[in-house]
Write a protein that binds this ligand. Structure first.
Ligand code: A3P
Length: 306
């Protein structure tokens, strides 16, 4: 089955999820050829749930001893250049890339993906590599995706109206969707295998970033020492990765990523609850019902505001 995408390309139903025509080939190369190491770290997200933020946080937490305290890696590279997407970047131009030359640092290697848990290469699931998953409430995800699609719009194509896009989103038709299958896939896997998968929420990061960064470091096997905590390393990481700091850097305001998306489009408002400015009462009611129906008995909850 095929559906018109929201902005740049058509979507095809592949292994039960909607995959952009641009991503299908590299995704298959990734699934076929990727060999995971036990030491690998993979950042996994549904689009618009805070991927850029999680990349920055994971990179700076994991490699904090590799760069001097005063040398901020984000001054010269975007989070997406520091932590590259497997299916949307690394495998785009080469079915068998030299992965050792892809990462900024090799031990551990750090990659990212939007691929649903069920479709990850078996080598990832069979290894002991670590996966950090970040989700976000579906109302803010939808509003963020809507704005993103608007910016990426091909002038020759008409973008679905907010109502149409909302309907598609509720029916799970968006790249890597259905959203709920994506989130629940990683949620269940994280419940079954908490040593391999850490499940984080955007809203929790917004509420208490220091606590979440410490949890992230612990999970990655690099907990902060007492000395580091006293020196304020946790707060420093939170600051250099914050929306306000990253958004103002020149490197994040110029140029395009590998698939042609302007770097600046990854930074919009960075807030919890912006959906209140866009969704009608009817939309809110429909999505609330859907959340209830999809998450029922899963143990997973979303916070719609802080
Ligand atoms: P909004 O459109 O709601 O502002 P992704 O990185 O997965 O593409 O998600 C993009 C969303 O995360 C956008 O949300 C963007 O503004 C927000 N974002 C980007 N960097 C962030 C950061 N450092 N902290 C918090 N939110 C961030």
């Amino acid at each position: 089955p095929k559906e018109q995408g929201w902005s740049i390309s058509n979507l095809y139903l592949y292994q039960g999820f909607w995959c952009s025509a641009l991503t299908l080939k590299p995704l298959i190369s990734f699934q076929t050829h990727f060999q995971a190491f036990d030491s690998d770290v993979i950042v996994a997200t549904f689009p618009k749930c805070g991927t850029t933020w999680l990349k920055a946080l994971t990179f700076s937490t994991l490699y904090r001893d590799r760069f001097a305290r005063d040398e901020n890696p984000f001054l010269s590279s975007t989070p997406h250049q520091l932590v590259r997407f497997l299916e949307q970047d690394v495998y785009v131009n080469n079915p068998c890339p030299d992965l050792d030359n892809i990462c900024v640092y090799n031990k551990p290697r750090l990659f990212s993906t939007h691929v649903p848990y069920a479709s990850l290469p078996t080598s990832i699931k069979d290894s002991r590599c670590k996966i950090v998953y970040l989700c976000r409430n579906p109302m803010d995800m939808f509003v963020s995706l809507w704005h993103f699609a608007e910016k990426l719009r091909d002038e020759s194509k008409e973008l679905p109206s907010l109502d149409e896009a909302f309907d598609k989103s509720c029916r799970g038709i968006h790249a890597f969707g259905p959203f709920f299958d994506h989130v629940l896939g990683y949620w269940k896997a994280s419940q079954e295998n908490p040593d391999q998968i850490l499940f984080l929420k955007y809203e929790d990061l917004k509420e208490d970033i220091s606590c979440e960064v410490k949890q992230l470091a612990m999970f990655l096997g690099v907990p902060f020492t007492e000395d580091e905590e006293k020196q304020g390393v946790v707060e420093e990481i939170a600051k250099i990765c914050s929306f306000e700091e990253l958004k103002k850097l020149e490197v994040n305001n110029k140029g395009l990523d590998v698939i042609g998306i302007p770097h600046k489009d990854f930074f919009r408002k960075g807030k919890v609850g912006d959906w209140k400015n866009y969704l009608t009462p009817y939309m809110v009611e429909r999505l609330e019902k859907l959340i209830h129906q999809k998450l029922e008995s899963s143990g997973l909850t979303f916070r719609l505001s802080l």
